[in-house]
Design a binder for this molecule. Structure first.
Ligand SMILES: [Ca+2]
Length: 395
């Protein structure tokens, strides 16, 4: 083979390999996920350029909030009232030792994230509404998941590694989502507890994105590291109530979704020290219809890359990466509560190139969105009879 033909052959081989991803039906990796077999409840439909169905798992949840897969294919699910469940095949076992939570209104046990080196250190992170003098505030608990033969799984050596200092009696707007970036920093979203002014005060940990080391200590390069109160942990401010957070593998940055008031739900790319405006700016209006702050934009405020007006009430958020839906790679998948939607956003850098609905009322309110190790999309539906769902390609 001469020197011209060889690169051409190689290129042809790589093109064929890339095409094969689209041509060979994907069945997932059966050994990658160790859950009960789900049953198809929403038959195949074609949306987002893909034909898929929705299958429900036979677990029963009460107000499930968040899902995390363990490296061995089992999964942990939080329930807002304070339970943590370990799913292993057909069993769903409570894990002992979660923190005591203020379970009322929007408060309770919220998000879960595993340490990036969980396989070595077994560390689990939980965000929650922490009760205390004056009411409750958003906090983060870290513990080690211990499993001993003959004993129930348990969180041990647990401690609160971060909390917003000021506790108040409101039961709304705690956030909260957790995500580790590639450098190992932990990002935490917190809501403003129903008081917009708190989002504007850098010394108040509510209404913020917070950035921590894995032990809860504050990195010296945080933008308000020299400030008072909660300021050293604060990474960005002016957030109303962010309940979706994911690290974009393309730019390494945290992206979030947050609830607006009436209209003005937002997608934001989280930048160091940036002000996202609440409650000085919003594309929405107050529930009464009254204007909030100065309007949509103001000098020094970072504009959202997208806003939903009317509101969809955005919840769990995930960047798609996997073999089951190669056409969706790099897309942002956003769940919605009141809107009962799963939205697919096709991105072009920090711009939304297109937006479409993958689900629209099919399974009710969606609380969490995760991509499984098998490439399927896993969803938690909200409410007292919440379910775990698998969105799977259908030939
Ligand atoms: Ca904003």
């Amino acid at each position: 083979m001469n020197t011209i033909v060889r690169p051409l052959t190689r290129r042809l081989a790589s093109i064929l390999a890339a095409l094969a991803v689209f041509l060979v039906p994907w069945h997932g990796s059966a050994e990658a996920v160790r859950l009960s077999e789900p049953r198809v409840e929403v038959p195949a439909k074609e949306r987002g350029g893909v034909r898929f169905s929705l299958a429900a798992f036979p677990y029963a949840f009460s107000n499930p909030w968040a899902l995390a897969f363990l490296p061995d294919g089992r999964a942990l699910v939080t329930e807002r009232e304070g339970r943590l469940l370990l799913l292993d095949g057909s069993s769903s076992v409570p894990v002992a030792g979660p923190p005591k939570v203020a379970a009322a209104g929007q408060g309770g046990l919220l998000d879960i994230a595993l340490h990036p080196r969980f396989a070595e250190n077994r560390l689990v992170y939980l965000s929650f509404a922490e009760p205390g003098a004056g009411g409750a505030s958003t906090a983060v608990y870290r513990a080690r998941l211990e499993e001993r033969p003959g004993a129930a799984p348990a969180l041990v050596e647990g401690r609160v590694i971060w909390r917003a200092a000021k506790k108040t009696g409101s039961d709304v707007h705690f956030g909260s989502r957790l995500a580790f970036d590639a450098a190992g920093y932990l990002f935490v979203t917190t809501g403003e507890r129903g008081d917009g002014k708190r989002a504007r005060d850098p010394a108040d940990g509510q209404g913020k994105v917070v950035r921590l080391r894995d032990d809860g200590s504050v990195p010296a390069d945080n933008p308000f590291a020299g400030g008072s109160g909660d300021a050293p942990a604060v990474w960005s401010l002016g957030h109303r109530n962010a309940q979706g957070l994911a690290i974009n593998p393309a730019d390494g940055l945290p992206w979030l979704t947050e609830h607006g008031p009436r209209g003005g739900d937002e997608v934001n790319v989280v930048l160091r020290g940036a002000d996202y405006g609440w409650d000085l700016t919003t594309y929405g209006v107050a529930y009464s219809g009254a204007k909030v702050g100065v309007g949509a934009t103001a000098p020094g405020v970072t504009d959202p890359i997208l806003h939903w007006t009317p509101s969809i009430a955005p919840s769990g958020l995930a960047f798609y990466a996997g073999g089951a839906f190669p056409y969706w790679n790099g897309n942002l998948l956003a769940g919605s509560l009141a809107g009962r939607k799963l939205v697919r956003l096709v991105l072009d850098g920090r711009r939304v190139a297109s937006e479409e609905l993958l689900l629209d009322g099919d399974i009710g309110r969606i609380r969490d969105v995760r991509v499984g190790p098998d490439g399927f999309v896993y969803l938690l539906s909200d409410g007292p009879a919440g379910k775990l769902w698998r969105l799977q390609p259908q030939p």
